[in-house]
Design a protein around this ligand. Structure first.
Ligand code: OAD
Length: 372
């Protein structure tokens, strides 16, 4: 949206119209043609369909509970962890935990990936990760995939903080939207991680049922040869091959579907870091956390509040309306360091960072030692 509603910006109009076309192609308006016409009219004025659809949503009312935090900040969360003896913390994370490793996020204006894809001449930035677009124009994604291929990036203090929670015996699960595999590189065991948007561990031929898997190294060497390489691979495999990262229009991994409801219902604390919480179904996990479980967001800016996300955060509301949500505005690394310090684990976190995950860390005093 431009600042002035009377003179819509051409780019806003174009983006609104393209987005609407995409929704239409997905048969979203069957039986709701009246709504489609209204959205078309508004799109011509530069109003994005998402803004309208969002505004149509009725915020879900929640009955406030007795406060579970003494204060709605890192101190309150640290006190809660130690006094309650938390052992089932769920972490949800996004691109913001990897920016200090040198990997751009998606939506930060200017530096985010979606502001830097002009060379691909896309209808809209997200198209680069859309299955329909990929079927028609595989070259754009393939070029980007070569640049994004996980390389020599090192985990950040935020990644080691997640590992620290695991070593302390407090982590139930980490749900990550990131495809850089840095959680594993920080030493988090596979069973503690749900890579909700997939990763570059495997590749598959799209549109195959049952799914045909391809060795990721085969895809890598094909892409290294440019268009000739991927065209040949397409012929050999009978279809386009892509890394198993989740595109818009694809299902999330089976592991996500199997675990998320139980994990969130059982968590005793939810920590969300470095995500704009705009991509579903991932963002919806926030609302599945047990109602009595405190929730902490560490992010540069507020995200996932209940006016836009079902059962979302309430830290922006008056205290009577918020019984459990805390927002720490700032970088993930500094937020994680501050929380570790409040828990008396500053040195443990630093040791993991300095040793690249090799240091051993003792369990929290309230957690049983691991059985051999
Ligand atoms: P976004 O780029 O949407 O959001 C990143 C959030 O992290 C923003 O709120 C930033 O302000 C914040 N941020 C960036 N660096 C930070 C830092 N060092 N410390 C604290 N906050 C920081 O990224 P995601 O939410 O991860 O999906 O994006 C979700 C999904 O959208 C991605 O998984 C990807 C994309 O389309 C697919 O590709 C399927």
């Amino acid at each position: 949206m431009s600042d002035n509603d009377e003179t819509p910006d051409d780019e806003d109009v174009q983006s609104a119209v393209e987005y609407l076309k995409m929704l239409q192609q997905g048969n979203m308006f069957n039986g709701r043609e009246g709504l489609l016409e209204q959205l078309k009219e508004l799109a011509q004025k530069g109003v994005h369909p998402l803004e309208v659809l969002q505004a149509m949503r009725k915020p879900v009312q929640e009955e406030p509970m007795a406060q579970v935090l003494d204060s709605f900040d890192l101190e309150g969360i640290a006190k809660y962890i130690a006094e309650k003896g938390c052992q089932r913390i769920v972490v949800m994370c996004g691109a913001g935990i990897s920016t200090s490793a040198g990997i751009p996020d998606f939506r930060t204006p200017g530096t985010g990936l979606y502001d830097n894809l002009q060379r691909f001449n896309l209808p809209q930035a997200e198209s680069i990760f859309e299955l329909n677009f990929f079927r028609r124009n595989p070259g754009a994604f393939y070029e980007l995939a070569r640049e994004m291929w996980p390389g020599n990036f090192e985990p950040t203090p935020a990644h080691y903080f997640i590992r620290l929670l695991h070593e302390k015996g407090l982590l139930l699960r980490c749900y990550s939207q990131n495809i850089d595999s840095l959680e594993r590189r920080a030493g988090l065991p596979g069973d503690k991680l749900v890579a909700a948007h997939g990763n570059f561990d495997e590749a598959h031929v799209i549109d195959t049922e049952p799914e045909v898997l391809v060795d990721i190294n085969e895809l890598k060497s094909a892409l290294d040869k440019g268009e000739e390489g991927w065209q040949k691979l397409r012929e050999d495999k009978g279809g386009l091959v892509k890394p198993k990262i989740v595109f818009f229009g694809e299902e999330l991994p089976e592991r996500f579907a199997r675990l998320h409801r139980t994990d969130l219902a059982n968590c005793d604390l939810l920590i969300v870091m470095g995500t704009s919480l705009v991509v579903h179904p991932f963002a919806g996990l926030v609302g599945y956390a047990a109602r009595s479980a405190p929730r902490l967001l560490i992010n540069r800016d507020q995200a996932g509040t209940c006016d836009g996300l079902k059962f979302g955060f309430r830290f922006h509301l008056a205290e009577a309306q918020n019984w459990r949500d805390a927002f720490h505005a700032g970088d993930c690394d500094s937020g994680c360091k501050a929380l570790s310090e409040l828990l008396g684990w500053k040195e443990d976190l630093q040791a993991l960072v300095d040793s690249k995950g090799a240091a051993s860390v003792t369990r929290a005093p309230w957690v049983e030692p691991e059985s051999q």
